[in-house]
Ligand binder design. Structure first.
Ligand code: FEO
Length: 392
C-alpha cells in the first residue's frame, strides 16, 4: 500500500535502498534513492510519475493495491527520464487510453525512449487540470534538468510537485525531510544540486523567482527523489537560491593524481602553505584516481578556489585528471579561482595544459601554476609552501 501524505495525496513510489550508482556509473548514490510517485484522489484521480524501469512490475502491482487502475483519469509525467517514466510501458499496457499530461518536450523524450504513441496531452505554464474540488496547475521548468521538465502545483493542499528539483538521492524509511538526519539530508541535497543542476544555475534562479512571484502558498514540496519538504518547505528553496548564485564557501580544494607520489607531495606542501597563512580556510585534498568523482565535484562546487595537479605523462596529464576536468567544465561554474601544479621529469607540459582547460571552463586563473622537476627536495618544498601562502 502507498503512504498517505494528505487526505488527497498518497505516495506510491519506490524506495531503492540498493542503488549505489546513477546515470550509469556517473553519480554515486551511497545512501540509495527513491523514485517518488504520487496518487492524487479527488473527483478525478491522477498519478504523478512512475518509477525506474527495473521496478516496473513491482510498481504497477503495488499501485493496484491503492487504486483500480481503470479509475486513473490521467497520468502526469513531470519529466521523461527513465527513473520516473520507466514503469509507463507496464502501466500503459493496462490502461492504454489514459491521457499522459506532459510538456511538448516531454512527448519527445517519452516517445524517443519508448516509441509509443500514447494519448499525450501537451501542457504549458499556467495550464490547469481540474480534478474536482482541487486543481493542478502546470509550470514548465526547462533545463531543471531536462528540456522536458515541469512542476505541478495542487491548490487547496498547497503542494508543489517539483520533479528532480529540491530532491536528494536518499533512501529512507521516513517520508519527510524533518524526520531524517539533517546533515545527511543536506549533504545529499547539495550533492544532487552540484552534480545535476549546477550547470543550470541561471535557470534555477529564474524559475524560483518566477514561482515566488506567483505568490503561491507552498505548504509542502514533493520532489521526485528523496524526502518531502513539509516543515518550512521554503528552506530548500532558499538554499537553491544560494547555490544558484555563484555559491562558494571558505574552502580550497586541491585535486590531483600522481604516479610516484611527487605530485601528491606537491599537493601536501601547497596545502601546508595555505594553512599556515589562513587557518580558517577549509582545505580538502582529493586524489581523482581514488576519490569518488561525485564527491570531487561536490567539493569543487563548494570551493572558492581549486588547485588541479598532475604529473606530465606523454606530453599530457593523467586520465583521471582529464576526466574530472571534463566533468568540471560541464558544471559551468562561475566566480571561482583556479591554479595548476604538477611534477615532471623532462617535457613538463601538464601544468600549462591544465591551466588552459581551467581557463576554458570559466575559472579565474590565479597564476601560471607551479611545476617541480622530479621529486620535491627540501628547497622545492619550501617554494611550494610559499606558493600555497601566496594563494590566500
Ligand atoms: Fe530523476 Fe532527471 O530524473
Amino acid at each position: 500500500m502507498g503512504r498517505k501524505i494528505t487526505d488527497t495525496i498518497t505516495w506510491v513510489g519506490k524506495t531503492d535502498w540498493e542503488l549505489k550508482k546513477f546515470h550509469g556509473d556517473e553519480f554515486t548514490t551511497v545512501n540509495g534513492s527513491s523514485y517518488n510517485s504520487y496518487l492524487i484522489k479527488d473527483e478525478k484521480t491522477v498519478l504523478i510519475d512512475t518509477a525506474w524501469l527495473p521496478y516496473d512490475k513491482e510498481f504497477v502491482s503495488k499501485l493496484k493495491q491503492d487504486i483500480d487502475l481503470t479509475k486513473i483519469d490521467a497520468i502526469i509525467a513531470l519529466h521523461g527520464e527513465v527513473d520516473h517514466s520507466g514503469a509507463l510501458i507496464e502501466l500503459m499496457r493496462e490502461i492504454p487510453q489514459v491521457p499522459i499530461y506532459c510538456t511538448a518536450n516531454g512527448v519527445k523524450s517519452i516517445k524517443g525512449q519508448y516509441h509509443k504513441d500514447w494519448n499525450f496531452k501537451v501542457v504549458k505554464t499556467g495550464d490547469t487540470l481540474n480534478l474536482g474540488e482541487k486543481t493542478l496547475t502546470f509550470i514548465e521548468a526547462p533545463m531543471l534538468h531536462w528540456p522536458d521538465t515541469m512542476f505541478a502545483y495542487l491548490d487547496k493542499e498547497n503542494v508543489l510537485f517539483s520533479s528532480d528539483g529540491f530532491g536528494q538521492h536518499l533512501a529512507s524509511e521516513y517520508l519527510y525531510a524533518d524526520e531524517v538526519e539533517q546533515d545527511i539530508l543536506y549533504k545529499e541535497a547539495l550533492k544532487y544540486y552540484a552534480n545535476i543542476l549546477a550547470p543550470f544555475g541561471i535557470m534555477v534562479d529564474k524559475k524560483i523567482k518566477e514561482i515566488l512571484s506567483m505568490n503561491l502558498q507552498i505548504d509542502m514540496i514533493c520532489p521526485s527523489h528523496g524526502l518531502t519538504w513539509r516543515k518550512e518547505p521554503t528552506q530548500i528553496v532558499e538554499k537553491y537560491l544560494e547555490w544558484a548564485n555563484k555559491y562558494q564557501e571558505e574552502q580550497i580544494t586541491i585535486i590531483y593524481d600522481t604516479m610516484w607520489n611527487d605530485t601528491r607531495k606537491m599537493a601536501e606542501a601547497i596545502a601546508k602553505g595555505i594553512q599556515e597563512k589562513d587557518e580558517k580556510v577549509t582545505i580538502k585534498l582529493m586524489n581523482t584516481a581514488k576519490d569518488d568523482k561525485t564527491d570531487v565535484l561536490t567539493e569543487v562546487f563548494k570551493s572558492k578556489m581549486i588547485l588541479v595537479g598532475s604529473p606530465t605523462v606523454n606530453n599530457g596529464y593523467l586520465h583521471s585528471i582529464a576526466g574530472i576536468l571534463e566533468m568540471i567544465k560541464g558544471m559551468k561554474l562561475k566566480g571561482k579561482k583556479a591554479v595548476a601544479f604538477g611534477s615532471y621529469g623532462w617535457s613538463g607540459e601538464a601544468v600549462k595544459l591544465i591551466t588552459e582547460e581551467l581557463r576554458k571552463s570559466g575559472f579565474e586563473i590565479v597564476n601560471d601554476g607551479i611545476r617541480c622537476m622530479w621529486t620535491p627536495d627540501s628547497d622545492a618544498e619550501k617554494e611550494l609552501i610559499e606558493f600555497g601562502k601566496s594563494l590566500v
